[in-house]
Structure formats: C-alpha cells, structure tokens
Design a protein around this ligand. Structure first.
Ligand code: KIV
Length: 288
C-alpha cells in the first residue's frame, strides 16, 4: 500500500488526522539513535517525553528532570529526526509559574532545540492560549498526568466515576478550545477515551486509553523491553532488548577473559614490521 504520509509531518497534518480517519503513531525518543530508530519504524510524531527522567536518567518519577536536561535531549533527538514531527515535553516546573514562564521555556525548545511543538500536562487553558499566541503549537495531555503524581497519590487510573468523567470531558473541551492541535489521553477507561475522541475535532493519542483513540503512543524503552521494571498493563513489549543486551555484554566479557577477543581479523598489522617476520608470514601479509 502506498505511504500516504507527507515527506515532512506538520502540525496541521496531525491536527487533521481524525478528519482523514488516519491513525497516528507517536513514540518517545531521547537522543540521536533512538529518534532515528523511531523514525525508521514509521512514527508520525517523535516525543521527547519527560519520561526521560525515569527511563534514561533513572529517577523514580518524572518530577526531577530540568529544562536544561530536556533541552539537551531535544537537540540530540532533533539531529535524528527528519520526517516526523518533533514534540518536546514541558517538564514539571517549566510552566507552572504562569504563561510568561511557559512561553519563555517553550520558545527555548523551538529556538535552541529545534522542536516543532510542545506538550503540556493538565488542563491549563491559560498556558495553552499563551503558547499558541506565541506561535508555539501545543499538544495537551490529560488523565494520568505523571506530574500530578502526588495529588493523585500514585500512578492510578483516572476518570473513573461520574464526577471524574465529567471533569475530564470538560477539561478536554477546554484544551481544544485553547488551541491545542492534539491531545494525549493517559490511563483512563476506554469508554471515556472513546467519548472524548468522538467529541473533539483534534486527534487523541492514547496510552492506556483503549483502541478508540485516533492514535497510540508508547515509551521507547517499554516497547523494546529496555525498561524491565514492572510494566503497566498498557505496555506491549515488542522486543526484549534489555535481555538481549545483557546477553551480548556478558558474551563480550567472557570472550575477553578467555582470550577469545580480539581475533586476528579484528586486529591490525604493521607491514613495516614485516621485516622481522618469517617468509610464510610475509607472503600472507603481501599476498605472495
Ligand atoms: O513523557 C512521556 O513519555 C509522555 C508519554 C507517555 C505520553 O508523556
């Protein structure tokens, strides 16, 4: 089947995906090699998520990662992304002081990092409006927003019960009205995600939000099995690269200790030193 995707994915192309009935693919990436792999895999959107804090930097949650750390990784992912839309996640504390701080930090992601849009967690229409007014395209993120970890009392499914359902529907409408071009829905009941998706004109990207969303997103390390701590039920592991990497690294260590690495073919000769070699060795080196 012909690839209907544009040579370069743009914000308006993403925003119109649900009109076209197209299912979007978003994956996280945090550096040059992961962005290249994600793009080669056909993702429409490369998200430099603040999950960086957990899967790359080893923190227990996403709260500690800073603007400067995020920016460093956005720049690297930029160098590995040619076709997909590059979205930078605004880390905790980078927009919570108000619209002015949000715009200043988001502009850094676009100007210094080469991102094409930012993602903000939570229902913050005043922040989204200010960003859009400053020419920064905004992706919203509702449901289990990890930056709200302490308010939620843990990583818990959101939007359960009538009150929570109503609140999420209202928040989604606010995010769209504020000018967001897409909305991530994380860890909410599938029926609620379907309702949000049906009500909004902008596409929804689900993670633990069922199959009715306009697209799906997963974290690079989860999908590939690099992240081996307990996986939430929405993670499908398509590979076990953590295990494969451990086996490969252990094989290297064994070979070194047993003197099997490097072999002659993995080593260099100095032909000038050949004077000291036996005639048969000289013939091997010079092809005699
Ligand atoms: O930080 C992240 O990786 C995210 C995605 C899971 C949507 O926000």
């Amino acid at each position: 089947m012909a690839d209907a995707r544009p040579k370069r994915v743009t914000v308006p192309w993403i925003a119109a995906a649900s009109e076209r009935g197209e299912r979007l693919v978003m994956l996280t990436a945090y550096d040059y090699p992961s962005a290249r792999l994600v793009e080669a895999g056909g993702a429409d959107i490369v998200l430099v998520g603040d999950s960086l804090a957990m899967v790359v930097l080893g923190h227990p949650d996403t709260l500690a990662v800073t603007m400067d750390e995020m920016l460093h990784h956005v720049k690297a992912a930029r160098r590995g992304t040619e076709r997909a839309l590059l979205v930078a996640d605004m880390p905790y504390g980078s927009f919570h002081l108000g619209p002015e701080q949000a715009v200043a930090n988001a502009v850094r992601f676009l100007k210094e990092g080469g991102a094409e849009a930012v993602k903000i967690e939570g229902a913050r229409p005043e922040i989204a409006r200010a960003l859009v007014a400053a020419e920064v395209p905004v992706m919203g993120h509702l449901g289990l927003t990890p930056q709200s970890l302490h308010r939620f009392g843990g990583f818990k499914v959101q939007g359960r019960g009538e009150e929570a359902r109503e609140a999420l529907l209202a928040a989604a409408a606010e995010v769209e009205a504020a000018g967001a071009f897409a909305l991530v829905l994380e860890c909410i009941p599938s029926a609620l995600a379907a309702e949000v998706t049906a009500r909004l004109g902008i596409p929804t990207l689900g993670i633990g939000a069922g199959a009715a969303c306009d697209g799906q997103v997963l974290v690079f390390h989860d999908l590939l099995g690099f992240e081996e701590r307990i996986a939430p039920r929405f993670v499908r592991r398509y590979a076990q690269l953590g295990r494969d990497a451990r086996e490969a690294l252990a094989a290297f260590a064994e070979d070194v200790r047993a003197g099997r690495f490097p072999a002659a073919a993995e080593s260099y000769e100095d032909p000038l030193a050949a004077r000291t070699k036996a005639p048969s060795e000289l013939a091997r080196i010079y092809g005699g």
